[in-house]
Design a protein. Sequence first.
Length: 137
Amino acid sequence: MKYWLLKSEPDVWSIDQQKKTGLKGTTWDGVRNYQAAKNLKSMKKGDLCFFYHSNIGKEIVGIVKVIKEAYLDKTDKSNRFVSVSVQFLKKLDKPVSLQEIKKVKELRHLSLIKQSRLSVMPIDSKSWIILNKMGKI
C-alpha cells in the first residue's frame, strides 16, 4: 500500500461533499498537471490519501481510499489525463495546517512544501505516521 495527498479547493469540492458520496465514492478528476497525473496513474486500489483543503484553509482535513485505479478522465477532451475514484474514510479530529507541517523538521522534504502547486503527491510511510499523529488519529 502507498500513501498520497490529494488537494482540493473546499469551495469546489470539500471533505464534507466527499463524505456525502458514501460507499460509492466519487471520481477525482480535473487534474491537468503531468506530474500529478503520473501520480494518479501510480495509485492502486486500497491506497490511502490525505484530503487537503487548498487555497482556503490550507490543511489536511481527512482521509480517503482509492477504490478504482486510473481510467480516462471524462472531463478531458484530449483523452490524455486520468481520474481515480476515491471513497471517504474519515475526517481528522484535528485538521493539520500547512503552517504546522512546515514546523516539523521530518516533514520538510514533502512535495506539499517543496512543490506547493502540485495537486496529487506521494507521502512516505514515516511522514504518513507523523501526520496522522498530528491529526489525532
